[in-house]
Design a protein around this ligand. Structure first.
Ligand SMILES: C[S@@+](CC[C@H](N)C(=O)[O-])C[C@H]1O[C@@H](n2cnc3c(N)ncnc32)[C@H](O)[C@@H]1O
Length: 230
């Protein structure tokens, strides 16, 4: 049993712009083997309603991570907070294979993985007010102005995030791209739906290899936390 091949089907207009890079489907033997062994246990097919409280009936909170990548931060954070349920959403299967390998190594039971565009998961599959928090770590920065429309943080994305968070819920974002930091601050400042701003990097968020590469290139990493208003 493996996750469905990700296919870009017809999209509502606000999803017309792909927010992720197409990387092909090259998967290592270790990633494929972890997928073959563990997908059935930890994967959720995006073909039915996704009710976080039903997926994690014994968890005190459920946090969704958008774009879990290779799952490095996801697995470490889930290991630290065993009482919280984590829904990792990622479009790339190799990364999902890596995360499944880490789940097995750390013997985690509090992660489930969805292989779909997180915006589709939120708009089509999840009920409103079902998430305690959302993690969005190092979203693709799309540096060229002709690609800014692909940046995941847009007005309609904020509306979607607002509707899926419970009252008092928040989104925690980290980026190492200065222009994207400014973009994040501008988009949230223009929205009446959130309050918050920059925070110090919380100790629980590990420095991943991806982040370390940016730091080596003198990128300035900034964390932001915005709470749902109302
Ligand atoms: C730059 S990587 C960062 C990965 C990881 N969060 C980290 O910190 O190492 C961004 C990830 O977000 C994923 N992504 C982008 N847009 C997405 C979307 N709409 N739904 C799910 N994943 C998405 C990409 O596939 C990619 O793996």
């Amino acid at each position: 049993m493996t996750p469905r091949e990700f296919k870009e089907g017809p999209r509502p207009p606000f999803l017309a712009n792909r927010s992720f890079r197409l990387r092909g489907t090259r998967i290592t033997d270790a990633q494929q083997s972890a997928t073959d062994k563990y997908w059935q246990e930890f994967g959720i097919e995006p073909d039915h309603k996704i009710i976080p409280a039903e997926i994690f009936p014994n968890s005190k909170e459920v946090i969704m991570e958008i774009g879990s990548g290779m799952g490095e931060a996801t697995a470490i954070i889930a290991h630290t907070f065993g009482q919280i349920g984590y829904l990792a959403v990622e479009v790339h299967r190799p990364g999902i294979g890596s995360l499944l390998g880490r789940i097995s190594e750390l013997e985690l039971t509090n992660i489930r993985i969805i292989n779909e565009d997180a915006r589709v998961v939120m708009s089509d599959l999840m009920p409103d007010q079902c998430l305690d928090a959302i993690h969005l770590y190092f979203p693709d920065p799309w540096p060229k102005s002709k690609h800014w429309k692909r940046r995941i943080i847009q007005e309609d994305f904020l509306a979607l995030v607002w509707s899926k968070l419970k009252p008092g819920g928040y989104i925690h974002i980290a980026t190492d791209w200065v222009a994207y930091s400014n973009w994040i601050e501008e988009k949230f400042a223009a929205s009446a739906k959130f309050e918050g701003g920059e925070i110090a990097k919380p100790d629980f968020r590990p420095t991943t290899r991806f982040e370390q590469k940016g730091i080596t290139k003198d990128h300035k990493v900034r964390d932001f936390k915005y709470f749902r208003k109302g």
